[in-house]
Design a protein around this ligand. Structure first.
Ligand SMILES: *[C@@H]1O[C@H](CO)[C@@H](O)[C@H](O)[C@H]1NC(C)=O
Ligand SMILES: *[C@@H]1O[C@H](CO)[C@@H](O)[C@H](O)[C@H]1NC(C)=O
Ligand SMILES: *[C@@H]1O[C@H](CO)[C@@H](O)[C@H](O)[C@H]1NC(C)=O
Ligand SMILES: *[C@@H]1O[C@H](CO)[C@@H](O)[C@H](O)[C@H]1NC(C)=O
Ligand SMILES: [Zn+2]
Length: 473
């Protein structure tokens, strides 16, 4: 997951209000089919849902998504936008989906950013020599040859930077902002460099966006603001940021030498990877399942977002194994260049939005594939009522909750345009411990948790794609 996609939904309270307004009468689904009939229709899937769950959790598909993910990430490794590894990953997945016997497996061309980290280092020289663990942020410029050696100004917030802006001139600004939540704190990573450049800083070092640390830096995309000098920017560990804050408080003078050789190349050719089970009655109508195939250039990208990609594949495998072909098409899309701002998904939307009325539900998993709790969902009150019935089919694995707003940078444009959207909701407390670090490896994944995620994903996708009517908008 990239960052900005966790939206504070301004319409949140309006949605709630709409829900209340509709509570007084029974919601109707589309086309006039009375809701009690839809509920009965959904309940008739209890047995088939159970068979999907049994296959994924207890049957011969047990641990398959985990084993596939392990093979994929151990073989390919990380796969940042524009890299040779991402090409290898797409080839790997294209072959694997074909070999699995899925339908209409193909690649759709997209153009994606190509940023390369290069060598980088940060040495504290004053008050003592200390090598800091850093990771340059995606899209950062390099330092001049030989690096930047400068005094440090430590601030805890943008407000403090503003108050002390005169002190920032010619300095390396260190942000030691406390972690509040990912969605709130990530703004320091995203716009911290430009904010500091505006007041004359020469570089920024940003405390990693995480609630927990064992001295690991967390990378991620950052955005230079229009018309502002581009200065080199990297993340540092929570430990080093806190230490420099303590030093500064004691009045100690801190000097750091930062060296970065990052380069930005012209956009590269890439692909979104697609596989389907074609619908029996309405092949043109689609339930889309997705995760992103690219990752950062550290760790294995197992959790972000290998897991989401793999359960989106596994869901189709499970249904194929059971010989289940829904009325509508199930389409798995593995996105390219999510981490740079949903770049592959944006191009997919531009190309396919002409058929938006045929998109029944868009789904994305990009917050980890840990113990599933249910779904986060965006849609009308009527659609929510239908989805709540569908979630009841997941009672055997206790994942029946339907939360507010679906999220995911790769599906948000569909949701903004009125298509119902769902994201996998997991017990994600550990997600931001490993997010965008060398620690994002297979060791954080559990086969048992992935079995449950796959089951949930498959049941929801299948039932929604097979109902007599599309989800109401
Ligand atoms: C699946 O993984 C669990 C946990 O590691 C293990 O106990 C179980 O034996 C595995 N099942 C299969 C079929 O490999
Ligand atoms: C610190 O590092 C510099 C070289 O960067 C070296 O000249 C100096 O001796 C070191 N100081 C200590 C105390 O080791
Ligand atoms: C739109 O849907 C039609 C009917 O299924 C299909 O033939 C066409 O290729 C689709 N166009 C795009 C851009 O997906
Ligand atoms: C679901 O909850 C029931 C009752 O608490 C429990 O017996 C069962 O093991 C749970 N199933 C799963 C897959 O967690
Ligand atoms: Zn991701």
């Amino acid at each position: 997951m990239q960052g900005r996609q966790i939206k504070r939904c301004g319409l949140f309270s309006l949605t709630l209000l709409a829900t209340f307004l509709h509570c007084s009468c029974l919601p109707h689904s589309t086309g006039g089919k009375p809701f009690p009939e839809t509920a009965k229709e959904i309940a008739s899937y209890t047995k088939v849902a159970k068979s999907i769950i049994d296959l994924a959790v207890y049957g011969k598909a047990q641990n398959r998504s985990y084993e596939r993910l392990a093979d994929f990430t151990d073989t390919i490794g990380n796969r940042v936008s524009g890299s040779k590894n991402l090409d290898l990953a797409i080839n790997y997945m294209f072959s694997a989906l074909r070999k699995d016997g899925l339908e209409n497996v193909h690649l759709e061309p997209v153009k994606i950013p190509h940023w390369v980290r290069g060598e980088e280092s940060a040495m504290m020289l004053q008050p003592r020599n200390h090598t800091m663990a850093i990771l340059g942020l995606g899209s950062s410029v390099a330092t001049p040859q030989g690096g930047i050696e400068a005094e440090v100004l430590v601030v805890e917030s943008f407000e403090e930077l503003k108050k002390r802006q005169k002190e920032a001139i010619g300095k390396i600004v260190v942000y030691n902002q406390p972690f509040v939540s990912y969605e709130e704190t990530v703004q320091y990573r995203e716009i911290g460099a430009s904010k500091a450049a505006e007041v004359g800083a020469v570089a920024t070092l940003i405390r990693s966006i995480t609630p927990f640390s064992i001295n690991s830096p967390h990378t991620g995309w950052q955005d230079y603001q229009e018309g502002v000098q581009k200065i080199p920017t990297a993340c540092i560990t929570v430990e080093d940021a806190m230490m420099m804050a303590r030093m500064a408080k004691r009045g100690q003078r801190i000097v750091v030498r930062l060296t970065m050789n990052a380069q930005t190349f012209p956009d590269a050719d890439s692909f979104n990877t697609v596989a389907e089970i074609i619908g029996s009655e309405h092949p043109e109508q689609v339930v889309l399942l997705s995760g992103h195939l690219d990752s950062w250039d550290v760790g294995q990208g197992a959790m972000d977002d290998g897991g989401g990609a793999l359960i989106s594949w596994e869901a189709l495998s499970l249904l194929k194994d059971l010989g289940l072909r829904p009325r509508r098409t199930l389409r798995t899309v593995l996105w390219s260049a999510e981490e740079q701002g949903g770049v592959g998904a944006q191009q997919y939307f531009q190309l396919h939005k002409v058929n938006i009325s045929n998109f029944n539900l868009v789904m994305e998993s990009d917050l980890g594939t840990f113990s599933p709790l249910g779904l986060q969902f965006t849609g009308s009150a009527q659609a929510r009522a239908v989805m709540a019935e569908v979630m009841k089919l997941l009672k055997p694995i206790n994942t029946t909750t339907l939360e507010q707003h679906g999220e995911g940078v790769d599906i948000e444009m569909w949701m903004d345009a009125g298509v119902p959207g769902a994201s996998l909701h997991v017990a994600d407390s550990r997600y931001f411990w490993f997010h965008h670090t060398n620690g994002d490896t297979m060791s954080v994944q559990s086969p048992i948790e992935m079995n449950l995620c796959s089951a949930l994903w498959a049941v929801v996708a299948y039932v929604v794609a097979d109902l007599e009517e599309m989800l109401p908008r």
